[in-house]
Design a protein around this ligand. Structure first.
Ligand code: AMP
Length: 418
């Protein structure tokens, strides 16, 4: 039998109900915050990710799905959403209008990672990108939007871990201090970190292998190397988050793994999550737009992993009873009754009622069972004798009460009883 590729999932059954529910909440909250849906290709020319995410990043060095297409072009399945959105913004000259662009996306990402709990090779992220404003109010909005979406999904004990890398000058000063501090300890770090030391030392702070080492715990903090502007900027973001009542902790270890971040960087976790996995994160990337499009602009975004959210929701009692249900099941036996069933089902559906009827030639007993399996709230039971009088039987499947209803009033009856 052919099976799915390693590190991929099929979303079926109750998981797919949860999936649709999460996507519904995401879409509603994005609308509420006035974010516009954007859809970009699943693959892009490889250079886009090399230039944006960074040659030296783990993602580009080890994890991208690269291929050469039939026209001999180097292509890459997108490992993240920001690069594609910024490319689209530049290519479509969306900067020509002076307003701030607020986009959200929801789609699959691809990283060739070692599959384990919470780490897939194909996974889905929703995220936002706000391009064109450097105002701290946007940093606070983006962080609070991510927080409020997870809160709306009833994920408790949320905590935002926030840090700032500062502007270029602050970041360079910090980099020097970090290099000077780490140099004498190089031999005590993992092989990847030795490499990172040469290519991008900030990433060492992100290392999963060395994460508990005293060396990293005692490393210099970005906050101590900020110039006045960067310090004031960060304080403003925190002040706005206080006003919005977002629980945050300033965590100097958050630097995020990608090349393009400056100023605000953040991750969000739920302290209720036994695996303590990061549900999402993001940051400001003012440099990226210049790097890709040679125009001065500003950007900030976040991405959240839906697969991880679903894993967490499945553990919560609130979601364990989630099940499929329909409003109404229409039952028939003879061919003549079937014609009426077809007509009634269509009328109900056209009026927004979720309904089903038999399609396997089952007897009445089998149809009762099927209606129960679908958790149907109402049963419409047709028989020729009643139909000739223009009547149908409608049964409330919870109270078991049954009524005869005029066939022309079925839709109104069901709608008024739901
Ligand atoms: P990142 O783009 O690495 O900052 O990831 C943002 C979020 O996407 C993470 O917090 C996870 O929820 C999710 N995510 C990242 N990589 C994976 C993966 N390999 N499998 C599942 N979810 C992932």
């Amino acid at each position: 039998m052919i099976t799915k590729p390693k590190g991929c999932t099929d979303i079926t059954g109750n998981d797919s109900l949860l999936w649709q529910y999460v996507n519904g909440v995401v879409a509603e909250m994005m609308r509420n915050y006035n974010y516009e849906y954007i859809r970009t290709p699943i693959f892009e020319v490889s250079e886009l990710f090399h230039r944006s995410v960074g040659e030296a990043s783990d993602i580009v060095k080890k994890e991208t799905y690269d291929f050469i297409d039939k026209g001999n072009r180097n292509m890459t399945l997108r490992p993240e959403g920001t690069a594609g959105v910024v490319r689209s913004y530049l290519e479509n000259k969306l900067y020509a209008s002076p307003d701030t662009k607020k986009y959200y996306y929801n789609g699959t990402m691809y990283r060739y990672e070692r599959p384990q709990s919470g780490r897939l090779r194909e996974f889905t992220q929703f995220g936002v990108e706000v391009i064109g404003s450097n105002d701290e109010i946007i940093d606070a909005e983006v962080i609070s939007l991510q927080y409020r979406i997870l809160e709306a999904l009833h994920i408790g004990n949320l905590q935002v871990n926030i840090n700032t890398l500062g502007d270029n000058e602050s970041r360079e000063n910090y980099k020097k201090a970090l290099v000077a501090y780490l140099e004498p300890h190089l031999n005590e770090l993992c092989d990847d970190c030795k490499e990172r030391f040469k290519t991008n030392p900030l990433r060492i702070l992100d290392c999963k292998i060395d994460s508990d080492s005293e060396i990293l715990k005692n490393a210099p903090k970005t906050i101590d190397y900020l110039n006045e502007y960067s310090k004031e900027r960060f304080n403003k973001v925190l002040r706005y988050l206080d006003l919005l009542e977002i629980d945050y902790e300033v965590n100097p270890r958050i630097v995020r793994g990608l090349d393009y971040y400056d100023h605000t960087v953040f991750e969000i976790v739920s302290l209720d999550d036994n695996n303590a996995s990061v549900l999402g994160g993001g940051g400001r990337y003012n440099k990226l737009i210049k790097e890709l499009g040679n125009i001065d602009s500003y950007g900030i975004g976040f991405a959240c992993g839906i697969d991880r959210i679903i894993n967490l929701l499945k553990e919560m009692p609130l979601y364990q009873s989630i099940q499929k249900e329909i409003d109404c099941f229409v039952m028939y036996v003879s061919e003549e009754e079937k014609l009426h069933a077809l007509d009634i089902v269509q009328n109900l559906r056209l009026n927004g009622v979720v309904c089903e009827t038999d399609n396997l030639n089952k007897g009445l007993k089998g149809q009762f069972k099927e209606a129960d399996r679908l958790n149907s709230k109402y049963l419409i039971i047709l028989n020729n004798e009643d139909l000739q009088k223009g009547l149908v039987n409608i049964k409330d499947n919870a109270t078991k009460e049954e009524e005869k209803v005029d066939i022309d009033e079925v839709v109104d009856y069901i709608i008024s009883h739901l």
